[in-house]
Ligand binder design. Structure first.
Ligand code: ADP
Ligand code: MG
Length: 243
């Protein structure tokens, strides 16, 4: 089924299929942080992220969000709609953490109401810089109308995912989305939604280290990385209608 390798990224490999409108994404165990300056592996991460993404894409679809997910065909592979990816990382923040704290001095854990929606240029060589609407306009990276749609969709997705993770006793601190255009030029949610791309805090503890269930365990060498990813999967699956 898998055709030729189209692109190998930091976390996934993209293959062509016999249908030009469909791609196959293979989820790897490779982990990177700080713009790939730190590299490693997280055992079974590919399987866990494939399963979590599958579940969340299905949930978003049933809430009316257009996603690229078509079918999960193995424990590491999903068939997705081929998109022309918009080179933006759309970040939604409900709670201050990470680069927001470093760049603004806001304290870790400060609740952000309304949530922040931010756009970063998806460009590793430039270090994924934060963009402004004016910069996006002069860069021609997206039209004003597309940017408004991305913002609205990101807010809707945040609403759905925040409620869902709360039902798992997890706080959705922040997350990164990638969108693309399909053949009809419709904006569709792509890439993945996983502990690699979300900050997730366990509501069972307020301990600043213990609560971390996402890639910050790898970034900050907090240990128990695999176990944290596994625990997110278990909580997500416990909400699944199949269970
Ligand atoms: P990266 O190292 O660039 O983050 P990943 O390993 O996360 O790459 O993913 C591989 C690439 O696949 C990314 O560039 C991502 O934008 C792209 N991608 C995700 N979904 C789709 C899709 N539906 N169609 C085309 N490309 C996609
Ligand atoms: Mg990626």
């Amino acid at each position: 089924m898998a055709g030729e390798k189209l692109y190998e990224g930091k976390a996934k490999i993209i293959y062509t299929t016999d249908d030009p409108a469909v791609l196959l994404t293979y989820f790897k165990d490779d982990a990177t942080a700080f713009n790939a300056q730190k590299r490693g592996q997280i055992a079974d991460k590919g399987k866990i992220n494939c399963a979590i993404s599958t579940y969340l894409f299905q949930r978003l679809e049933s809430a009316g969000i257009a996603t690229h997910w078509l079918e999960t065909v193995s424990d590491r592979e999903m068939r997705v709609k081929a998109l022309s990816i918009i080179p933006l990382e759309v970040v939604v923040r409900n709670v201050a953490a990470g680069s927001l704290c470093r760049q603004t001095g806001l304290p870790l854990g400060q609740v952000l109401l309304p949530p922040l929606v931010e756009f970063y240029y998806k460009n590793d060589d430039m270090g994924d810089p934060l963009l402004t609407p004016d910069r996006m306009r002069v860069m021609n990276v997206a039209t004003d109308e597309q940017i408004a749609t991305l913002r609205r969709q990101a807010e809707q997705i945040n609403h759905i995912l925040t409620k869902f993770f709360a039902s798992c006793a997890i706080t959705l601190v922040d997350f990164k989305l990638e969108f693309g255009l399909d053949h009809q030029q419709t904006i569709v949610l792509g890439d993945e939604i996983s502990p690699d791309t979300c900050r997730l805090w366990d509501q069972a503890t307020e301990d600043e280290t213990q609560r971390v269930m996402d890639k910050d365990r790898f970034r900050q060498d907090l240990g128990q990385v695999e176990q944290a990813y596994q625990r997110v999967l278990e909580r997500v699956m416990a909400q699944s209608p199949q269970h």
